[in-house]
Design a protein around this ligand. Structure first.
Ligand code: ZN
Ligand code: ZN
Length: 414
């Protein structure tokens, strides 16, 4: 790789300090593609130097995943090993920080039947639900950083040599994650401050509804009472700051699971379990998807929507991202949710983050339902932002106020 050692060290330091904010004596779990081994060694070294008591790596490899998905019996695919789920949950219970180095090839599972993919996704979601709860409730600190695997780089830059594609993707990742700035950690502090202003404005307003209008989109999203907007740095249950996604450009909250009506059209492709779903439209009635179509990947979309009883057909997240965000300005489609979701206003089908509503982390299933908090085995972001998107907020007394105009913020910033 041609990215310099110095840059990789800056990136690793940013992930450990600003990302998971690793504390002395804490354990670190890293999920990473085996292709990223050099970078992971640098991260592990940084973690130990910061005082990590242990660094545990869960390796993955695209080619091996493909072979298994192609050949293993359904019985194997439908059974996520208990020892593996137990191990991960044990680390979460022991307050390990979790850092995911992410660079999935969007076409990895091309040609694998949708039934097989959804069986694996479902088994994993069920087996890892306790482990995932630690993260979705910010009980432990976690972060995701991008890494340009060859498969991903070649998908994003198909017209140059594989080596050049990887270099080009490195350049993008380094710049989007602000690693190329004089002091990346200061740059992140400044960025977090802007996101904080936006979320505090929206939290004070407590809009009753958001109304989306753009070509192919006419959608009303009701927000539950006492919803909370988050964005930028989060605070863990132990009161320690961390940055869950690097990059992140969004402020987000939860929709009311029974209060979404109208039609929304995607503006970027969605990579779901190694399959691309593109140019799709969803129609909602009382919160539930009652009609859908897709120019590409309709079968995969159907399987995703049918993952569970009806949670996968309802929304769990509504996120605002200005169209002039650095990722959007790059003009590149990354085929990777971590990057594409931060280029664009988006929604997520499936589970809501309990932290997006007052006392959400203490609600049982019944209370969640009563407050409009969606639960599901999936949480899948899809992109709906564009330079044409207008969003209004409806106040409690029925007044409409502009939140987004022509794809960007229409609220006052200091
Ligand atoms: Zn989001
Ligand atoms: Zn999301």
């Amino acid at each position: 790789m041609t990215v310099s050692m110095e840059t990789l060290q800056k990136y690793a330091k940013l992930a450990i300090q600003t990302g998971v904010n690793l504390q002395k004596g804490q354990g670190l779990l890293i999920n990473a593609p085996i292709e990223a081994v050099e970078f992971v060694r640098i991260i592990a070294k940084e973690a130990y130097e910061t005082g990590a008591k242990n660094v545990h790596i869960e390796w993955n490899d695209g080619d091996l995943t493909f072979e298994k998905m192609k050949h293993a019996t359904m019985e194997v695919l439908e059974n996520f090993p208990k020892w593996r789920a137990d191990g991960l949950t044990e680390m979460a219970k022991d307050d390990y920080a979790v850092l995911t180095v992410y660079g999935e090839n969007p076409d990895l599972l091309k040609g694998i039947e949708a039934e097989r993919i959804s069986a694996v996704n479902k088994a994993g979601a069920i087996a890892l639900s306790e482990y995932r709860d630690y993260m979705m409730n910010d009980k432990i600190r976690w972060s995701i950083v991008g890494y340009p695997t060859s498969g991903w780089a070649e998908k994003v830059f198909p017209d140059v040599s594989p080596e050049a594609a990887k270099d080009k993707l490195w350049d993008q990742i380094i710049s989007i994650a602000r690693v190329d700035q004089q002091n990346p950690m200061d740059a992140w502090d400044k960025h977090n401050e802007t996101l904080k202003q936006a979320r505090e404005f929206l939290n004070k307003k407590q809009y009753k509804k958001l109304i989306y209008k753009a070509e192919g989109t006419d959608l009303t999203i009701e927000l539950p009472e006492h919803h909370i907007w988050h964005g930028g740095a989060a605070t863990s249950a132990k009161g320690v700051r961390f940055n869950p996604n690097m990059p992140t450009e969004e402020v987000f909250t939860m929709p009311h699971k029974y209060g979404v009506n109208g039609t929304v059209s995607s503006t970027k492709p969605l990579s779901y379990g190694g399959n691309l779903i593109d140019n799709f439209t969803l129609t909602f009635k009382d919160g539930k998807v009652v009609d859908f179509s897709a120019e590409q990947g309709e079968e995969a979309l159907k399987h995703m929507l049918d993952t569970d009883e009806d949670g996968a057909r309802r929304l769990g997240e509504v996120a605002l991202v200005p169209h002039e965000s650095p990722i959007s300005q790059s003009g590149i489609i990354f085929y990777n949710t971590l990057f594409d979701e931060n280029a664009s206003c988006h929604l997520a089908l499936g589970k809501a983050y309990p932290t997006n509503i007052k006392d959400g982390s203490n609600m049982d299933t019944e209370e969640m339902d009563k407050h409009g908090v969606n639960d599901s085995l999936i949480h899948e972001d899809f992109m709906i932002g564009s330079a044409e998107l207008n969003i209004d907020g409806e106040t409690k007394d029925g007044k409409l106020e502009p939140i987004f105009r022509n794809g960007t913020w229409a609220i006052p910033f200091e």
